[in-house]
Design a protein around this ligand. Structure first.
Ligand SMILES: Nc1ncnc2c1ncn2[C@@H]1O[C@H](COP(=O)(O)OP(=O)(O)OP(=O)(O)O)[C@@H](O)[C@H]1O
Ligand SMILES: [Mg+2]
Length: 220
């Protein structure tokens, strides 16, 4: 399956979601790679930091809208990667369009801190709608809540607003949620996913997310 982690707002967790999904699938024996479509190349740096003991997850840098689709097609159809995760740049340029076109499933990480987090997803949702129309096929897209702090007062109001937004834009909401935990940053620093660290709650939430994504893909 080809899964995009995308949002044109910066810092919402696109890279963290991409890396943690890749690690979960690699740890369960899949042949996984990451496409680093962000010119800042955070996932390339992560690969460089990754130890030899962990399963190898190749990261291919491709931030060219001209070549990204063919590169992914080749990896998927000819090179035997069964799982390709795209770490997208925080922009709505042509590369985003190409990523949306090739992905079986689109995840939009969103940080529940205020209205801006919701409103700033309107453009990507409109883009998904436009490409779905063009393809004659809906691109399955879901918000994934990241850096969640459920005890904050704003959280409940945020969730209500997000549900309205989700209905209006036909973007689902993943049942799995990722909480604010320092282990995400720690794992990232060492080229790992939280699955490879010892925080059980973090491991459970990323495994739940990986399973939910897999189930959604199998139902397509
Ligand atoms: N659930 C989390 N708990 C704690 N820290 C997190 C969590 N998710 C992300 N972070 C941290 O927040 C920062 C932004 O995350 P990340 O780099 O994944 O966002 P991004 O959307 O890829 O950003 P950019 O738009 O710059 O590419 C990073 O320092 C990351 O380690
Ligand atoms: Mg990133």
């Amino acid at each position: 399956m080809i899964v995009a982690s995308i949002n044109h707002k910066g810092g919402t967790g696109k890279t963290i979601v991409a890396q943690n999904l890749a690690v979960c699938y690699a740890q369960s024996g899949n042949k996984v790679c990451i496409i680093d479509a962000d010119p800042s190349q955070n996932s390339m740096r992560w690969f460089d930091a990754r130890g030899e003991k962990e399963p190898r997850i190749p990261v291919f840098a491709n931030s060219s809208y001209r070549t990204i689709r063919r590169t992914i097609e080749d990896l998927y159809s000819n090179e035997g990667y069964d799982t390709i995760i795209i770490d997208s740049p925080p922009s709505l340029e042509r590369i985003a369009e190409e990523i949306l076109k090739i992905s079986h499933l689109v995840l939009i990480p969103i940080t529940p801190t205020g209205g801006n987090d919701i409103w700033s997803t309107e453009q990507i949702a409109e883009e998904i709608e436009a490409i779905s129309k063009e393809k004659g096929q809906t691109i399955p897209s879901y918000f994934i809540l990241n850096r969640l702090q459920p005890n904050l007062k704003v959280h409940q109001m945020f969730m209500e607003a997000l549900k309205q937004h989700s209905k209006a834009y036909k973007v689902g909401i993943m049942k799995s949620q990722l909480h604010l935990r320092t282990v995400y940053g720690m794992a990232n620093l060492y080229g790992q996913g939280v699955y490879e660290q010892s925080d059980k709650k973090a491991i459970t939430e990323v495994v739940n997310l990986a399973n939910e994504v897999q189930t959604l893909f199998e139902k397509l």
